[in-house]
Design a protein around this ligand. Sequence first.
Ligand code: DAH
Length: 339
Amino acid sequence: MNVNEIVGLKQQALDEARTAADAAALEAVRIKWLGRSGQLPAIMKGLGALAPDVRREAGRAANELKNELTALLDERKTAFESAGARAATASFDATLPGRWRASGSLHPITQVIERATAIFRTMGFTVASGPDIETVFNNFTALNTPASHPSRSPSDTFYLQDDLILRTQTSPVQIRVMLNQQPPIRIIAPGRCYRRDTTDATHSANFHQIEGLYVDRKVSLADLKGDVSHFAKQMMGPDVKVRFRPHFFPFTEPSVEYDFSCHVCGGQGCRVCKQSGWIEISGAGLVNPRVFEQVGIDPNEWQGYAFGMGVERIAMILFGIGDIRHLYENDVRFLAQLA
Ligand code: DAH
């Protein structure tokens, strides 16, 4: 076998590959030339008998045969395959029913937080955040909570270390913001809170609040009432009423608790509002000057209001949920109804 013969065989092999009519014929060409007992191995075996100088050239020609044939076979194989795929698409039946796929949705807690955030943004608030693990100083001391206050006790609060706890409220975010920013301040802070509460229909050891803080010159209780009422109408609908009751919090003076009229019965009295027509949302008040002193803001120059909202409370009355535990069990049959 000489070089010319090998080049001739190469032409023959390439012709066969070029004219193969379909994928099966192409495969037959591959087996005939490149298969284990095909032509190329036979040529290779024959090289051994050649004189060294002829062998080198013949070897090169044999390699060319192998490389050019392999490349052509691959190219045509790909072409046959994509033609097959095109044929399959051409037979697509647009009248068949589509394949149904379940799509997820936002959790009701997330929906409430996102809606509330959007409303407060229109009122000029920005979103601040703080960590779930807080210092005792930020969560209690700076918020003017006396050392003897029962909420500090390990039976009410999860302690990780002497000075580190799982925050019991989002109020410590107020401290973080005021330590880092000079007034005017207008922030909300949604987030998780933790308390050693026994779980029942209205309590959970892990829940969410949205904190609000507004610090400026000449802020009064009227600003608080107006802003909370505006928020309530945006969130619950134009007919909602808001009621403020005197209360006590260490970090506000004066302090109030506020209620929304019951969304479920429209204030007539029902099971959800325990026949009272009102649902307690949370606390609020004017920032206590002692809190301003803790963070180095001059209470003679600045005033502020603050509020906290129970996100689960709002979710429960907005969606008519009777038991807070539904919100944490992640039963898709429940969640899908509130998508
Ligand atoms: N942190 C309070 C709580 O968890 C709620 C609260 C009351 C927040 C009054 C405030 C406030 O910002 O001014 O019960």
